[in-house]
Write a protein that binds this ligand. Structure first.
Ligand SMILES: [Mn+2]
Length: 228
Protein backbone atom coordinates (compact mmCIF):
# COMPACT_ATOMS: atom_id res chain seq x y z
CA UNK A 1 0.00 0.00 0.00
CA UNK A 2 1.18 3.49 -0.82
CA UNK A 3 0.50 6.35 1.61
CA UNK A 4 -1.45 9.40 0.42
CA UNK A 5 0.36 12.70 0.90
CA UNK A 6 -1.59 15.94 1.02
CA UNK A 7 0.05 18.88 -0.80
CA UNK A 8 -1.67 22.29 -0.71
CA UNK A 9 -1.97 24.17 -4.03
CA UNK A 10 -0.87 27.76 -4.63
CA UNK A 11 -2.83 30.31 -6.64
CA UNK A 12 -1.30 31.42 -9.93
CA UNK A 13 -2.44 32.82 -13.28
CA UNK A 14 -2.91 30.55 -16.30
CA UNK A 15 -3.03 33.29 -18.93
CA UNK A 16 -6.06 35.34 -17.85
CA UNK A 17 -7.44 32.55 -15.66
CA UNK A 18 -6.74 32.23 -11.95
CA UNK A 19 -5.50 28.67 -11.41
CA UNK A 20 -3.97 26.30 -8.83
CA UNK A 21 -0.41 25.09 -9.10
CA UNK A 22 2.06 22.78 -7.39
CA UNK A 23 5.63 22.56 -8.70
CA UNK A 24 6.12 19.16 -10.35
CA UNK A 25 9.37 18.52 -8.48
CA UNK A 26 7.35 18.03 -5.24
CA UNK A 27 4.86 15.51 -6.65
CA UNK A 28 7.63 13.65 -8.49
CA UNK A 29 9.76 13.36 -5.36
CA UNK A 30 6.76 11.94 -3.46
CA UNK A 31 6.01 9.46 -6.26
CA UNK A 32 9.69 8.45 -6.50
CA UNK A 33 9.70 7.79 -2.73
CA UNK A 34 6.61 5.54 -3.05
CA UNK A 35 3.80 7.91 -2.06
CA UNK A 36 0.62 9.18 -3.77
CA UNK A 37 0.39 13.01 -4.00
CA UNK A 38 -3.06 14.48 -3.27
CA UNK A 39 -3.31 18.14 -4.32
CA UNK A 40 -5.69 20.29 -2.28
CA UNK A 41 -6.87 23.93 -2.87
CA UNK A 42 -8.08 26.24 -0.04
CA UNK A 43 -11.57 25.48 1.24
CA UNK A 44 -13.55 25.36 4.49
CA UNK A 45 -11.86 23.69 7.47
CA UNK A 46 -14.49 20.91 7.73
CA UNK A 47 -13.72 19.95 4.12
CA UNK A 48 -9.96 20.16 4.67
CA UNK A 49 -10.39 17.78 7.60
CA UNK A 50 -12.24 15.28 5.38
CA UNK A 51 -9.32 15.30 2.92
CA UNK A 52 -6.84 15.21 5.83
CA UNK A 53 -8.55 12.08 7.18
CA UNK A 54 -7.95 10.35 3.83
CA UNK A 55 -4.22 11.10 3.86
CA UNK A 56 -1.38 9.61 5.90
CA UNK A 57 0.99 12.59 5.68
CA UNK A 58 1.36 16.21 4.59
CA UNK A 59 4.06 17.88 2.51
CA UNK A 60 4.17 21.63 3.23
CA UNK A 61 5.80 23.18 0.16
CA UNK A 62 7.43 26.45 -0.91
CA UNK A 63 5.75 29.56 -2.26
CA UNK A 64 5.35 33.27 -1.53
CA UNK A 65 5.75 34.80 1.92
CA UNK A 66 3.41 34.26 4.84
CA UNK A 67 1.09 37.02 6.01
CA UNK A 68 3.13 38.66 8.87
CA UNK A 69 0.01 39.38 10.96
CA UNK A 70 -0.01 35.61 11.60
CA UNK A 71 3.03 36.21 13.83
CA UNK A 72 2.00 39.70 14.96
CA UNK A 73 4.43 41.75 12.86
CA UNK A 74 3.82 44.66 10.49
CA UNK A 75 4.54 43.88 6.86
CA UNK A 76 8.09 44.57 5.60
CA UNK A 77 8.23 46.30 2.15
CA UNK A 78 9.96 43.22 0.62
CA UNK A 79 7.37 40.74 1.94
CA UNK A 80 5.32 39.32 -0.94
CA UNK A 81 2.09 37.82 0.41
CA UNK A 82 0.21 35.65 -2.03
CA UNK A 83 -2.96 34.89 -0.34
CA UNK A 84 -4.33 34.71 3.18
CA UNK A 85 -6.61 31.74 2.31
CA UNK A 86 -3.52 29.68 1.50
CA UNK A 87 -1.74 30.72 4.72
CA UNK A 88 -4.82 29.87 6.76
CA UNK A 89 -5.23 26.49 5.05
CA UNK A 90 -1.56 25.58 5.64
CA UNK A 91 -1.83 26.58 9.34
CA UNK A 92 -5.07 24.62 9.84
CA UNK A 93 -3.78 21.50 8.11
CA UNK A 94 -0.42 21.55 9.94
CA UNK A 95 -2.29 21.69 13.27
CA UNK A 96 -4.72 18.95 12.18
CA UNK A 97 -2.00 16.57 10.98
CA UNK A 98 0.13 17.21 14.06
CA UNK A 99 -2.84 16.62 16.37
CA UNK A 100 -3.50 13.20 14.80
CA UNK A 101 0.21 12.30 14.68
CA UNK A 102 0.32 12.17 10.91
CA UNK A 103 3.87 12.86 9.64
CA UNK A 104 4.67 16.31 8.22
CA UNK A 105 7.57 17.22 5.90
CA UNK A 106 8.17 20.94 5.34
CA UNK A 107 10.21 22.54 2.55
CA UNK A 108 11.25 26.21 2.12
CA UNK A 109 8.17 28.30 2.91
CA UNK A 110 6.95 25.04 4.53
CA UNK A 111 9.48 25.30 7.39
CA UNK A 112 8.31 28.91 7.88
CA UNK A 113 4.60 27.92 7.86
CA UNK A 114 5.30 25.15 10.38
CA UNK A 115 7.29 27.49 12.63
CA UNK A 116 4.48 30.08 12.62
CA UNK A 117 1.83 27.37 13.18
CA UNK A 118 3.82 26.41 16.32
CA UNK A 119 3.89 30.03 17.54
CA UNK A 120 7.27 31.13 16.14
CA UNK A 121 8.24 34.23 14.14
CA UNK A 122 10.20 34.96 10.93
CA UNK A 123 12.83 37.33 9.61
CA UNK A 124 10.92 38.99 6.79
CA UNK A 125 14.00 40.21 4.94
CA UNK A 126 17.33 38.53 5.76
CA UNK A 127 19.57 41.03 3.89
CA UNK A 128 18.31 43.96 5.99
CA UNK A 129 17.23 42.23 9.21
CA UNK A 130 19.93 39.61 9.84
CA UNK A 131 23.50 40.47 10.78
CA UNK A 132 25.95 38.93 10.21
CA UNK A 133 25.05 37.00 7.09
CA UNK A 134 26.87 35.70 4.04
CA UNK A 135 27.71 38.28 1.40
CA UNK A 136 25.61 36.72 -1.36
CA UNK A 137 22.59 36.34 0.92
CA UNK A 138 20.65 33.06 0.87
CA UNK A 139 19.06 33.59 -2.51
CA UNK A 140 20.04 31.49 -5.56
CA UNK A 141 23.14 29.98 -3.98
CA UNK A 142 24.55 26.97 -2.14
CA UNK A 143 25.87 26.83 1.40
CA UNK A 144 26.80 24.40 4.14
CA UNK A 145 24.43 23.35 6.91
CA UNK A 146 25.84 22.12 10.24
CA UNK A 147 23.66 19.50 11.93
CA UNK A 148 23.12 19.27 15.68
CA UNK A 149 24.41 16.20 17.47
CA UNK A 150 21.83 13.50 18.12
CA UNK A 151 19.21 14.87 15.70
CA UNK A 152 17.51 13.13 12.78
CA UNK A 153 19.19 15.68 10.50
CA UNK A 154 22.61 14.49 11.68
CA UNK A 155 21.58 10.85 11.09
CA UNK A 156 20.83 11.64 7.44
CA UNK A 157 23.46 14.25 6.57
CA UNK A 158 26.25 13.78 9.11
CA UNK A 159 27.94 16.79 10.74
CA UNK A 160 27.87 19.10 7.70
CA UNK A 161 26.31 18.98 4.24
CA UNK A 162 25.90 21.22 1.17
CA UNK A 163 22.37 22.49 0.42
CA UNK A 164 20.80 24.76 -2.20
CA UNK A 165 19.38 28.06 -0.91
CA UNK A 166 16.56 30.17 -2.44
CA UNK A 167 15.05 32.27 0.33
CA UNK A 168 14.90 35.82 1.69
CA UNK A 169 12.97 34.95 4.86
CA UNK A 170 13.84 32.49 7.64
CA UNK A 171 12.97 31.39 11.18
CA UNK A 172 13.58 34.04 13.86
CA UNK A 173 12.00 32.86 17.15
CA UNK A 174 11.60 29.07 17.14
CA UNK A 175 8.05 27.69 17.57
CA UNK A 176 7.09 25.67 20.68
CA UNK A 177 7.75 21.95 20.39
CA UNK A 178 10.32 22.34 17.61
CA UNK A 179 14.05 21.57 17.90
CA UNK A 180 16.79 23.10 15.77
CA UNK A 181 18.29 20.34 13.64
CA UNK A 182 20.60 22.28 11.30
CA UNK A 183 22.07 25.79 11.02
CA UNK A 184 23.90 27.53 8.15
CA UNK A 185 27.47 28.75 8.62
CA UNK A 186 26.12 32.28 9.24
CA UNK A 187 23.69 31.04 11.87
CA UNK A 188 20.33 30.84 10.04
CA UNK A 189 18.08 27.97 11.17
CA UNK A 190 17.83 25.71 8.11
CA UNK A 191 16.28 22.53 9.54
CA UNK A 192 13.94 21.78 12.44
CA UNK A 193 12.39 18.65 13.83
CA UNK A 194 9.52 17.74 16.12
CA UNK A 195 7.21 14.80 16.83
CA UNK A 196 6.70 13.04 13.46
CA UNK A 197 7.88 16.21 11.77
CA UNK A 198 10.95 17.38 9.83
CA UNK A 199 11.35 20.62 7.89
CA UNK A 200 14.11 22.26 5.88
CA UNK A 201 14.69 25.74 4.48
CA UNK A 202 16.36 24.44 1.29
CA UNK A 203 14.90 22.52 -1.67
CA UNK A 204 15.63 18.75 -1.46
CA UNK A 205 13.00 18.13 -4.18
CA UNK A 206 15.49 19.68 -6.64
CA UNK A 207 18.29 17.42 -5.35
CA UNK A 208 16.67 13.95 -5.48
CA UNK A 209 19.71 12.53 -7.29
CA UNK A 210 21.73 13.11 -4.12
CA UNK A 211 21.05 10.12 -1.85
CA UNK A 212 20.93 12.14 1.39
CA UNK A 213 18.40 14.69 0.09
CA UNK A 214 16.25 11.91 -1.40
CA UNK A 215 16.35 10.08 1.92
CA UNK A 216 14.19 12.85 3.45
CA UNK A 217 11.35 11.81 1.13
CA UNK A 218 11.97 8.07 1.55
CA UNK A 219 12.04 8.27 5.38
CA UNK A 220 8.93 10.49 5.34
CA UNK A 221 7.00 8.02 3.17
CA UNK A 222 8.19 5.10 5.36
CA UNK A 223 6.92 6.94 8.44
CA UNK A 224 3.56 7.53 6.70
CA UNK A 225 3.31 3.80 5.86
CA UNK A 226 3.50 3.03 9.57
CA UNK A 227 0.28 5.05 10.02
CA UNK A 228 -1.68 2.87 7.55
MN1 LIG B 1 19.81 29.20 3.21
Amino acid sequence: MKPRILITARECMNGDNPAWQVNKAYTEAIIKAGGIPVICPPQALEQLEIIGDLCEGMLVTGGDDLEPSLYNQPKHPTTVCADYALDKMDMELISYFYKFRKPILGICRGIQSINVAFGGTLYQDLPSEYVPMREDGHSKTEHLVYFEKGTYGEQVFGKVFMVNSYHHQAIKALGNGLTVSGVSEDGIIEAVEGRDLFAVQWHPEKLVDVEEHMRLFVDFIDMCKERM
